[in-house]
Write a protein that binds this ligand. Structure first.
Ligand SMILES: [Zn+2]
Ligand SMILES: [Zn+2]
Length: 156
């Protein structure tokens, strides 16, 4: 049986379910993520859009600037405005970057990689054994084979 993961916004109006494990989990230490979260980093689980099902409420998509300059669309609860996932220009609508902290059990999705550690807060100590990149990374080098195949299937 496939694993499923449920999440929600803070007020509980919007609830969603991820129908499988994500493709990959990025922990991003860039200054944009720091500002958007009000924290030291963002944890984003990348997953095919059609594997994320809204099971309650109706989220809204807000056009938001992004580090790349190409913008992102952030999906938020229309009531409490908490961000649930982003779509970036690169992968477009096909891939959602789900905010792992909105899952019921965020501990089930630890980061597969740390990125933009050139702007990491100095007090954040990275765990040994998880790849850490100064900026972005080459997907082909770090994603598991199965995730690369899922991505191939998606963009066909
Ligand atoms: Zn809400
Ligand atoms: Zn970032």
């Amino acid at each position: 049986m496939r694993e499923a993961f449920e999440g929600k916004c803070t007020c509980g109006f919007v609830r969603y379910r991820m129908a499988s494990r994500p493709l990959f989990v990025n922990c991003c230490h860039c200054t944009w993520c720091q500002r958007e979260t009000g924290s030291a980093f963002a944890i984003n689980a990348m997953i095919e859009a059609d594997r994320v099902e809204v099971i309650a409420g109706e989220p809204v998509r807000i056009d938001t600037p992004s580090n790349s300059g190409k913008g992102q669309k952030i999906t938020r609860c229309p009531k409490c405005h908490v961000a649930l996932w982003s779509n970036y220009a690169g992968a477009g609508d096909a891939v959602r970057f789900v905010r792992v902290g909105t899952l019921e059990e965020p501990g089930r999705m630890p980061p597969d990689i740390h990125i933009f550690i050139s702007t990491k807060q100095p007090w954040v100590v990275l765990p040994p054994g998880t790849p850490a990149m100064e900026e972005y990374y080459d997907r082909k080098k770090y994603w598991p084979k199965e995730s690369l195949e899922r991505r191939e299937a998606m963009i066909k």
